[in-house]
Design a protein around this ligand. Structure first.
Ligand SMILES: *Cc1c(COP(=O)(O)O)cnc(C)c1O
Length: 401
């Protein structure tokens, strides 16, 4: 089938939740993907921060191939080896003692909310159900995660949402302090707001929030669905800020492209999730876990990739800042950490993204649409960045201010 035909038929058959770009992707290797007509693209979005090792990384492909030949699915009525291997790696390399596996970011957050409520109720023997979240946050599309997402545009038409959620401005510890009552259960935050515009908080923000949570005896949940798995140059973003959460959620990069999510927590809190309180049929599926194990092993080998991410990030941000100097009437600010980078514009970002795509560069938007989102694979090299910048420069030259 031709590209146009695939697009037209897809538009007829799929429920129209997405506004897709007009290409049909067929193949990927490393930082590059190809459409069905053979046109090549440099992928600086990487499946929205999912393909941390790029497309079809060898080690991950082999791990998946081996696992699908051995065992594809069992349910959680039985133990499997890949699930244990993945739990070992995550626990060895994080604050956590225990982990629960699910299939996506929103599902991890749903589970984290349930775990927090159950734990706090058991601990205090009364209702402690309120969550404090932040404006411009993004936590997912199912009802619980949607309810703690601080963006009205995503709530529209779906009310009533979960009750007991308060929103405060991001990067404002005092606002959290003032929102705490004797019913507060937990604060939930992204260490860096990703979808909401790549908003990086002050260096001491999380430390202050951690202290406030400790003093009030409430839980701190970090949603590292997008910031985790090496994205910011550390395996988890909380490592940059000198704190540890009580509960952390993961997904996106975790499976190296295969769907998987996880909830990580401390021993004491984990006990609230006794048998029959929470479950997932597919959670911790052997293929997904084998893929995640191969992904994490690759990232953690010698710490090479994490160092590379930090180094190449500096280079990328420097280059983006020179581009900003050159197009100062169109580009307002470059911000981010590691390879989670935003470029705030004075103009609409969606046209820029479309023009980049035409010239063979895939990027995304964030926030109100005036922020360009760059989340390339951690394996990008200087030459890839040069190529991307050449395209961006052309596009900004042609764009109207
Ligand atoms: C993408 C994202 C989610 C939702 O993940 P899904 O896998 O799409 O459900 C939740 N939180 C954050 C921070 C995200 O970036």
């Amino acid at each position: 089938m031709e590209q146009r035909e695939i697009m037209n038929l897809s538009e007829k058959l799929l429920i129209p939740t997405y506004k897709r770009y007009p290409i049909v992707l067929r193949k990927g290797r490393g930082v590059r993907v190809w459409d069905v007509e053979g046109k090549e693209y440099l992928d600086f979005l990487a499946g929205i921060a999912v393909n941390v090792l790029g497309h079809c990384p060898r080690k991950v492909v082999i791990a998946i191939q081996k696992q699908v030949q051995r065992l594809i699915h069992t349910s959680n009525l039985y133990y499997t080896e890949p699930q244990l291997s993945l739990a070992h790696i995550l626990i060895k390399n994080s604050f956590a003692d225990r982990v629960f596996f699910c299939n996506s970011g929103t599902e991890a957050n749903e589970g984290a909310l349930k775990l927090a409520r159950l734990y706090m109720k058991k601990k205090f023997g009364k209702e402690r159900f309120e969550f404090i979240s932040t404006f411009n946050s993004f936590h997912g599309r199912t009802f619980g995660s949607l309810s703690i997402t601080g963006q009205e545009k995503y709530h529209d038409g779906f009310e009533p949402l979960l009750s007991g959620v308060k929103f405060v401005p991001f990067n404002d510890p005092q606002a959290i302090y003032e929102s705490i009552t004797d019913k507060t259960c937990a604060v939930i935050l992204e260490p860096i707001q990703a979808e909401g515009g790549i908003n990086v908080p002050d260096k001491d923000y999380l430390k202050k929030v951690r202290r406030i949570c400790n003093e009030a005896g409430i839980l701190l949940i970090l949603d590292e669905v997008q910031t985790g798995i090496g994205r910011t140059g550390k395996l988890f973003a909380y490592e940059h800020f000198g704190i540890e959460p009580d509960i952390m959620t993961l997904a996106k990069g975790l499976g190296g492209g295969i769907p998987i999510g996880a909830i990580l927590t401390k021993e004491e809190i984990s006990k609230a999730f006794a048998p029959k309180t929470h479950a997932s049929t597919f959670g911790g599926n052997p293929v997904a876990c084998a893929s995640a194990v191969a992904t994490l092993e690759t990232i953690l080998e010698d710490g090479y990739l994490l160092n590379h991410c930090e180094r190449i990030s500096k280079y990328f941000i420097k280059k983006l800042n020179s581009l900003k100097e050159k197009h100062s009437e169109k580009i307002k600010e470059i911000r981010g950490l590691g390879l989670l980078i935003g470029m705030e514009l004075f103009i609409d970002g969606s046209d820029i993204v479309k023009k980049c795509l035409e010239k063979g560069l895939l990027i995304g938007t964030a926030g109100d649409g005036k922020v360009l989102r760059f989340t390339p694979p951690l394996i990008i090299e200087k030459e890839d960045i040069e190529e991307a910048l050449k395209i961006l420069n052309e596009v900004f030259n042609e764009a109207k201010s």
